[in-house]
Design a binder for this molecule. Structure first.
Ligand code: AMP
Ligand code: MG
Length: 489
């Protein structure tokens, strides 16, 4: 129970600070003018063993603005590097501060991190601050992803700072409290490689294994097993993104978490109409991070990760490269397995047939040609009687449908079983871009947070059927279809 007034049950154990010094720099959150709570995640705080219910609003605001550090917190900025759009750079937390690791009542260790709490040694000329809109965006989308069952960092709180941040215009400032399995990135390993420091590399690898892959402790080839497991988790993660139409938008190696969680919600967005070339980010001119490229980019990033582990994989450099290459080549097959298994669920199939991949591809191709809404098409496939309008009226769909029904008949399962399977795999609601924008505009421009709270309620129960027509399930109006996102810096 809380002993100190304002102590809400923190159990900090600052394990990362016990790693070699070059991996972090100590730092203090900057003072803020007038912190005010915008949103607190009570469900998440309960999971973490934190009790926010009796914390007075002003104390909560000071706590999540970094103005009153929790007992035991030892704030640091983490060093890392990364390939940004293919180019290698030394980076580090430029506008994030890790308070430390909190141990939950079930014994899980989670990072507690502020985003937007002032400059650090890694700010490289940036102000270390964040605007309210992008922090709320991360809150909404990360919580929606979690509710969709997709591994992700979480959002515990957003507070307004009372100050402004200068971007193209002056915007209200805010701080997000992010919770993660860890913030160890592919780029963290690249940082040790760039410094040529094998001792630090080994410490980081051993630390990561203990923290995320404890089952590998004592494994005779633990670094290879570690590499394989990171590859497997990313294959599973990217498949999940593809299956809900999520476009991350900035899959730089510093934005790929070794834990297998989705991290860094900058220019990400969900697809409305299905198209493999979908790109939202205004700076992604070449479409490097387009929806259809995400698996290929993930594999490229994993190859960069494997490179960092070479000294640990084999004393002989050529042998090490051969081992790493073989591991990386497993990615496409693993990804394909996860994706096809997920598609079977989306199509209500319980058994596996060799042509299932092709069956799904034919549907997606027809959807792309008809510009069919990704979420609603899969949702409607499980309705009793399919509508005969729009996409479902096309000859391409009807031909595919005959094939699909025959495939379902071969399973010999009652349709109700198939439908239940589909309903648990096809969300009714995703955080659609035009709705997210509407919520952020109300919050940032008018100080009205009710639109965001209403949106949060529906996107955090994404599989729940909504009765009748709902603004939350409608595709965007024509005017909002050329959606563009900007990096939240
Ligand atoms: P991101 O695009 O958010 O993944 O950030 C890429 C790098 O830029 C990271 O090292 C960030 O810490 C840094 N960065 C982003 N925004 C800012 C900012 N406003 N001030 C300082 N550093 C920043
Ligand atoms: Mg980042």
């Amino acid at each position: 129970m809380a002993e100190v007034p304002g102590d809400i049950g923190w159990q900090f154990d600052n394990t990362y600070t016990r790693l070699p010094n070059e991996l972090f720099v100590r730092v203090k959150p900057a003072p803020v003018r007038e912190p005010r709570v915008v949103v607190l995640n009570h469900a998440l705080s309960a999971e973490l063993g934190l009790d926010l219910r009796y914390l007075p609003a002003e104390e909560a605001a000071r706590l999540f603005a970094g103005q009153a550090l929790p007992p035991g917190a030892e704030p640091i900025a983490q060093a890392y590097a990364g390939h940004q759009f293919g180019g290698f750079t030394m980076l580090g937390d430029g506008r994030a501060i890790l308070l430390g690791e909190h141990r939950t009542p079930s014994g899980r260790l989670v990072d507690i991190q502020f985003k937007g709490s002032g400059p650090t040694a890694f700010s490289r000329g940036g102000d270390g601050l964040a605007a309210l809109g992008p922090m709320l965006r991360e809150y909404i989308i990360s919580e929606a992803m979690h509710s969709l069952g997709i591994p992700t960092t979480r959002s515990l709180a957003v507070v307004g700072t009372g100050g402004t941040v200068r971007r193209e215009t002056k915007l209200p400032g805010a701080i997000l409290t992010r919770v993660a399995e860890s913030h160890i990135r592919v780029g963290t390993f690249q940082y040790t490689m760039a410094r040529g420091d094998h001792g630090t590399l080994r410490s980081l690898a051993d630390y990561t294994i203990v923290r995320h892959f404890p089952e590998l402790i004592g494994h005779p080839e633990r670094y290879l097993a570690f590499l394989n497991e990171v590859i497997r988790r990313q294959a599973a993660l990217i498949a999940r993104w593809q299956l809900v139409g999520f476009v991350h938008g900035v899959m730089n190696t510093d934005n790929m978490a070794v834990s297998g969680e989705t991290i860094d919600y900058g220019p990400c967005a969900f697809m409305d109409a299905y198209h493999a070339d979908t790109v939202f980010s205004s700076i992604d001119h070449g479409g490097r991070y387009a929806y259809g490229n995400q698996p290929t980019i993930a594999q490229w990033n994993l190859a960069r990760f494997a490179e960092t582990l070479l000294p640990l994989l084999h004393a002989d450099a050529n042998r090490a490269v051969a081992i790493a290459t073989e591991a990386i080549h497993e990615f496409p097959g693993l990804y394909e397995e996860f994706w096809t298994a997920g598609m079977r669920q989306k199509l209500g199939l319980c058994t596996a047939e060799a042509e299932d991949r092709e069956l799904a591809d034919v549907l997606l191709k027809a959807m792309q040609e008809a510009k069919a809404d990704f979420t609603n098409t899969f949702r409607d496939l499980s309705t009793e009687r399919l509508p005969t309008t729009d996409f479902f009226g096309t000859s391409a769909f009807r031909a595919w449908n005959d094939r699909w029904q025959a495939r379902r008949d071969r399973e010999g399962q009652p349709r109700a079983v198939s439908v239940a399977r589909m309903r648990s795999a096809n969300p009714e609601v995703i955080p659609r871009n035009h709705l997210v924008e509407e919520a952020l505009a109300a919050a940032s421009d008018d100080g009205d947070f009710s639109v965001m709270h209403a949106l949060l309620v529906v996107v955090t129960s994404p599989y729940q059927r909504l009765s009748g027509t709902s603004k939350y399930t409608e595709p965007p109006p024509a005017a909002a279809r050329r959606y563009r996102t900007f990096c939240g810096t």
